[in-house]
Design a binder for this molecule. Structure first.
Ligand code: BMA
Length: 349
């Protein structure tokens, strides 16, 4: 019997290593939202058939719900959603889902609890990211404090949220935490910017011993030249929380092209060194996803796909990415780790 068990285990390992070339260093997520690839889709990602999964009028007073974050929570999923209301206030709301596709979004915005009244002037909150580190969920978002900067808070239950100091001076956006400490420090990517619709932007890496004081800033990536890769030639910004893989940190990031009709937001991916994530191993020259479907090209801001969250299943290599579309609705796209990393390595800048 023991012999038979050893044989079954050996066969299982072989089958799995044949099926998956690269490993995802996260938990198993057997209930990851998923739809198989249809033959007609091209590239390593394909869209969910019933996109958008969250419509603009999902709440009775929502103008748009987009650029939002989702994580596994209890038996299903929880999220922090960017909801702009019909007064055009930009706020973050919690949401809960059994399947990651059908969402129950809380009508009232998150009330951030603060120890220090100095933090009270939060004029707006947008583009949240959520990550589990050690014993709690951390939320980062673009926080209006004399201009956009990076807000930080934590929760253990998606009910009470405790706000920390902003991690940087204004102006900054796209603050994205890594899912574990690196070399003993919390680690964050961010994108210094300006007060407006910033026409520039590089991604930087920063470290913190305590989630309050951030330093040892390192440059990670600049926009490419137009000649090299047009879709990312104006500015770039980190998207979902990086996924730890056997090949390095897999980072999905958005890139912007300045067209004669304004900005076009697409997204691609990069592999960053595991111990020194400011070092680039590979970076996609072609985009992975660009605004092409109606709900991506028509909306409050046309021609925007903007990823803020991904889910990954280490057993099957499945990845699901949540992205905002045209600053109006939220959608899902899917891919396998092997195809994404192969595409990246074969088409690197
Ligand atoms: C960026 C952010 C995003 C938005 C994008 C396109 O600067 O404000 O929230 O999706 O512009 O408008």
């Amino acid at each position: 019997m023991a012999e038979l068990n050893r044989y079954i285990i050996a066969v299982g390992i072989t089958v799995r290593s044949i099926r998956m070339k690269y490993r995802i260093m996260t938990e198993s997520l057997p209930n990851i939202p998923w739809q198989d690839k249809k033959d007609h889709s091209r590239g390593p990602l394909w869209r969910y058939d019933d996109n958008p999964i969250i419509k603009a009028d999902h709440l009775s007073d929502s103008n748009s719900i987009f650029n939002s974050a989702v994580v596994p929570f209890q038996k299903g999923f929880a999220g922090v959603f960017r909801c702009d209301n019909t007064s055009r206030h930009m706020r973050i709301h919690t949401g809960f889902s059994i399947d990651g596709i059908n969402w129950d979004i809380t009508p009232a915005p998150i009330k951030l609890l603060q120890e220090d009244n100095m933090l009270n002037s939060s004029d707006y909150q947008y583009d949240p990211r959520v990550v589990w580190i050690e014993d709690r969920w951390w939320i980062t978002w673009c926080n209006g404090y004399h201009g956009p900067t990076i807000g930080v808070a934590w929760t253990k239950d998606f009910v009470n949220f405790y706000q920390y100091e902003n991690s940087f001076l204004p102006f900054n956006r796209n603050g994205v935490l890594f899912p574990r400490k690196i070399n003993g420090y919390y680690a964050m990517l961010s994108r210094p910017s300006d007060t407006g619709h910033t026409a520039f932007g590089d991604i930087f890496y920063s470290e913190s011993p305590d989630m309050v004081y951030w330093g040892r800033h390192r440059h990670v990536m600049s926009p490419s030249s137009f000649k090299e890769s047009g879709w990312q030639s104006t500015k770039i910004g980190a998207g979902p929380v990086p996924i730890e893989t056997s090949e390095g940190w897999l980072l999905f990031y958005h890139g912007v092209l300045t067209s004669c009709n304004g900005f076009v937001y697409s997204f691609g991916a990069a592999l960053l060194d595991i111990d020194e994530p400011w070092r680039i191993i590979a970076r996609s020259c072609p985009y992975l996803l660009a605004p092409q479907n109606l709900y991506e090209v028509v909306g409050d801001v046309p021609n925007v796909v903007f990823p803020c969250a991904s889910l990954a299943d280490k057993d099957t290599g499945r990845i699901a990415i949540y992205y905002g579309c045209a600053d109006t609705v939220t959608s899902l796209t899917f891919g396998y780790i092997d195809n994404i990393i192969d595409f990246l390595l074969e088409n690197s800048l």
